[in-house]
Write a protein that binds this ligand. Sequence first.
Ligand SMILES: Cc1cc2nc3c(=O)[nH]c(=O)nc-3n(C[C@H](O)[C@H](O)[C@H](O)COP(=O)(O)OP(=O)(O)OC[C@H]3O[C@@H](n4cnc5c(N)ncnc54)[C@H](O)[C@@H]3O)c2cc1C
Length: 387
Amino acid sequence: MNAAATPVPDPTSAPASPRVRPRPLLQRLARTLLAPDAFDFWASRLRPDWSWDRPLARIVSRQAESEDSFTLLLQPNRHWRGFQPGQHLNIGAEIEGIRITRSYSLSDAPRADGRIAITVKAMPGGKLSQHLCHAAKVGEVLTLDAAFGEMTLPQTPEGAWLFLAAGSGITPLMAMVRAQAALGMPVPLALIYWARTRAELCFVEELRALAARQANFSVDFVLTRDAEAGDGDAGDLHYGRIDAQSLSMLAPDLHQRRVFACGPDGFVAAARALAADRAVAFRSEAFTPPPHAVFDDEGDAPRQVRITLANSGRTLDVPRGMSLLAALEEAGLKPASGCRMGICNTCACGKRAGSTRHLHTGDIEHEPVSALRLCVNSAGSDLILDL
Ligand SMILES: Cc1cc2nc3c(=O)[nH]c(=O)nc-3n(C[C@H](O)[C@H](O)[C@H](O)COP(=O)(O)OP(=O)(O)OC[C@H]3O[C@@H](n4cnc5c(N)ncnc54)[C@H](O)[C@@H]3O)c2cc1C
């Protein structure tokens, strides 16, 4: 059976439905006197996490999870609409006067106190991850967008499951492991978790303790850079990259399992190649974009193209092959952005005229579109954008 063609039954994959609350009298009164932006301006002077309608969250604590990863516990304001384990959200912080937004997975299951957790790996030279891991103070307020993502378990999962995680890809899978643990681990679940070194592994003690007390749960850790320590290693510690041999050894019942794989693009591609046709079902999510495709059909086309920003009336000359988001940022603009790999839609804007090329698929679009994702498209000709 072709597992990739068998979708995971997932009746709950839509984001949690928003709570519709009537606006209180005070808020309706305020609305007649103040525009939401003006309300936010004055309210934030009293409490930085107050807003008319924007989800914001205050950092409650930060705790080291590994050598280079930290879990931030956040207290969202009343506009946050919740999430399902396995989903992620866009988080923004102001760094040197510029709002920087990136996607992070929720790493804990929904909590009774309404707080949410993200686990962030400090990327060398990375803007937001370095800020969140090392500079942001407890009390700092971050912007949030609604949670999104389809890699979620059905409300009543069936069958046996296998989670394949690499690096930061552990975070959404950890949220799902914790959610299943809170339900008493109703279905068999195996986690295989790759990291470069021992020091980079997160959640080790918690995962081992869970495996020790839940017969339905097992965990194996695999290190790709550390050398074998020898006899002192725990039985759940292995070495090497994902390949057919290690997968057969660690998941001999792969053909009976539904698989979720999450990590960098190269890992997810390898997991898909090894498991998608053998497992009952396969679903994956990459935290890094696939490499840009190389196109050799542009011949003598000019290297620079002109972008007209219809709303502001500005014109810019940008390189053809570069993502529009990066080109606009290089020109000093700050378009809204989130995942930077074409999944969250935050950077989407209208295109009135011109041709664009999708950087991953190579697809060319000549027609006007209402939601062009700037992060994964480049200009193929002069363009007019709704910016
Ligand atoms: C759906 C999704 C979920 C995610 N979940 C998580 C999660 O749970 N935990 C987590 O840690 N991450 C997660 N990520 C990754 C996260 O969104 C960020 O990409 C990551 O934190 C890096 O952001 P940054 O701002 O620190 O780095 P950036 O500033 O965006 O830089 C990224 C890398 O590029 C390098 N770089 C930047 N500019 C240049 C340049 N001009 N030249 C050369 N190199 C450069 C930096 O050194 C850095 O290593 C997720 C991503 C996605 C898409």
